[in-house]
Design a protein around this ligand. Structure first.
Ligand SMILES: *[C@@H]1O[C@H](CO)[C@@H](O)[C@H](O)[C@H]1NC(C)=O
Ligand SMILES: *[C@@H]1O[C@H](CO)[C@@H](O)[C@H](O)[C@H]1NC(C)=O
Ligand SMILES: *[C@@H]1O[C@H](CO)[C@@H](O)[C@H](O)[C@H]1NC(C)=O
Ligand SMILES: *[C@@H]1O[C@H](CO)[C@@H](O)[C@H](O)[C@H]1NC(C)=O
Ligand SMILES: *[C@@H]1O[C@H](CO)[C@@H](O)[C@H](O)[C@H]1NC(C)=O
Length: 307
């Protein structure tokens, strides 16, 4: 039994390695959204390939005059691209994203870590999609969101603490129009009205048995790269990000251990390393499961598309 689990994890590592990439094609332009998000330099994504891979490994498209990836502050997935997942590790290319717009996604659950990599996010529009469930921790790493539109989904379950990290008094736009458990919006930043909507969501959209994801499992997956030692991954990424991410993952655990002054015996150390490894593997399995779920969704939408 134990062996078969390890075999499964190993097989998963192998398949993960061979299927962990896709290229995004950007149509660059300057756009205006609301007051705080003016003249943003945007990557308009057209034709996201229908794949099970969700990690962005290359970006193509011609930048406008004198602009580079660092200047990109907005990502907009065009209506024609039907997303079956939120692309991961976009931040390796665009580290300063403030606005993210998705208007046609086929999956039904936001597990909460989807936008963690964009700590500067202010503007999130995820509408005209099939969203039904939103985890409590969606904004834990993006507390500066002040424009939120989740209209025209099928929302039924919202984590009870979803809005806790946000500063409600700063929110300018708050839309949950056209959903299953709620159909309200406030477009003028009236705090009283926003609090009323939040309270209504708490009552009408309870998320019973919300899946619990621990923080360790939702750190952006650079540990995967360490584990697999893929050379292609690291060569693409701007060095700043690679450094940032490695220090937040494995090395922190190690430095914590040494600063506590405990003299770990060899076997205790091995156990700790093993636990870290298992966590990494679980993270990979979790992502694989999401991919499988997306694949099933795709197949049920279009049975002939089965690979
Ligand atoms: C990324 O895509 C561009 C354009 O297709 C290509 O020239 C470049 O070699 C690719 N980079 C990698 C690392 O695959
Ligand atoms: C781009 O940079 C060059 C040289 O720094 C400058 O002369 C030019 O005006 C810039 N173009 C734009 C559109 O900012
Ligand atoms: C979306 O698809 C329609 C029909 O296939 C096409 O006419 C339109 O140009 C596409 N829009 C974009 C932005 O690609
Ligand atoms: C703000 O919303 C509250 C509650 O809906 C309402 O009573 C109040 O008139 C609104 N204030 C303004 C300035 O619109
Ligand atoms: C840890 O072990 C080393 C080597 O056995 C020893 O020199 C050192 O004093 C120990 N440190 C502590 C804090 O016990």
């Amino acid at each position: 039994m134990k062996n078969s689990i390890w075999l499964l994890i190993f097989v998963n590592l192998l398949t993960f390695k061979t299927s962990s990439s896709f290229t995004i094609e950007c149509n660059y332009r300057v756009v205006d959204y609301i007051d705080t998000v003016r003249s943003v330099y945007e990557c308009g994504v057209k034709n996201v390939p229908i794949l099970s891979e969700n990690i962005v490994t290359n970006i193509t498209g011609n930048h406008l005059n004198n602009k580079t990836n660092i200047d990109v502050t907005s990502i907009r997935i065009e209506g024609n691209s039907t997303l079956s997942f939120v692309p991961r590790r976009f931040s390796n290319f665009f580290p300063h994203i403030r606005a993210y717009i998705i208007n046609s996604a086929t999956f039904d659950t936001l597990f909460g870590d989807e936008f963690d990599e964009f700590s500067e996010l202010e503007f999130l529009q995820f509408s005209s999609s099939k969203l039904a469930s939103i985890s409590s921790r969606l904004f834990e790493k993006t507390p500066n969101v002040i424009f939120l539109s989740l209209s025209w989904n099928q929302i039924l379950r919202v984590g009870s603490d979803l809005f806790t990290p946000l500063d409600v008094t700063k929110i300018k736009y708050f839309a949950f129009y056209g959903n299953r458990c709620i159909s309200k919006m406030e477009q003028k930043g009236n705090t009283t009205a926003i609090i009323e909507i939040i309270n209504e969501i708490r009552v009408k959209c309870p998320y019973v048995n919300e899946p619990v994801i621990t923080t360790t499992l939702t750190i952006p997956t650079i540990t995967t790269t360490n584990l697999l030692t893929t050379t292609e991954d690291t060569t693409n990424f701007p060095t700043i990000n690679t450094e940032q991410e490695t220090t937040t993952s494995k090395t922190t655990t190690i430095s914590q251990e040494t600063t506590t002054g405990q003299n770990l015996t060899c076997s205790e150390k091995n156990v700790k390393e093993l636990i870290c490894e298992i966590k990494d593997n679980l993270k990979i399995l979790y992502e694989e499961m999401q991919e499988i779920k997306n694949e099933i969704l795709r197949m049920s939408a279009n049975p002939c598309a089965c690979k």
